[in-house]
Design a protein around this ligand. Structure first.
Ligand SMILES: [Fe+2]
Length: 134
């Protein structure tokens, strides 16, 4: 399965968030490996929570006007992942399921980084008096 690779286009201009996004990419890539799917998804759920907390706190402190909408994208991801984890616990874990999950995660993360995270990154560049650096 194709792995996801970090690209400069994903950068939001903040080293902490870029570092967390790189870690998320690494976790998504693990779904493509021959590992315990439930464990990898649980790890992704935990790390996703840490990352969403960091990102949302920084955006709140910076006064990002579309934060509530941005949080909804994070919520939708949590809901989707919870559903997938429940299905895995119910025994749905074969090569096809794993391929679909891996595909969804790569598409979701690339889209989230390039569209929704980029939206706050470009808002911040247009608002130079504000910054994500605390
Ligand atoms: Fe985000």
């Amino acid at each position: 399965m194709a792995q996801m690779e970090w690209q400069e286009a994903y950068s939001v201009g903040n080293p902490v968030l870029d570092g967390q996004h790189k870690e998320l990419i690494a976790l998504v890539n693990k779904v493509g490996d021959d590992v315990d799917l439930g464990e990898v998804l649980a790890g992704l759920r935990r790390y996703g929570e840490t990352h969403f907390d960091t990102e949302e706190s920084l955006l709140e402190a910076a006064g990002y006007p579309d934060l509530e909408d941005h949080k909804k994208f994070h919520d939708a991801f949590r809901d989707w992942l919870d559903g997938v984890m429940a299905a895995c616990r119910a025994g749905e874990d074969d090569a096809a399921v794993r391929r679909d999950i891996h595909h969804y995660l790569r598409v979701w993360l690339a889209n989230h980084l390039l569209v929704h995270d980029k939206a706050y990154a470009s808002w911040l560049t247009k608002t130079p008096e504000l910054s994500l650096d605390q």
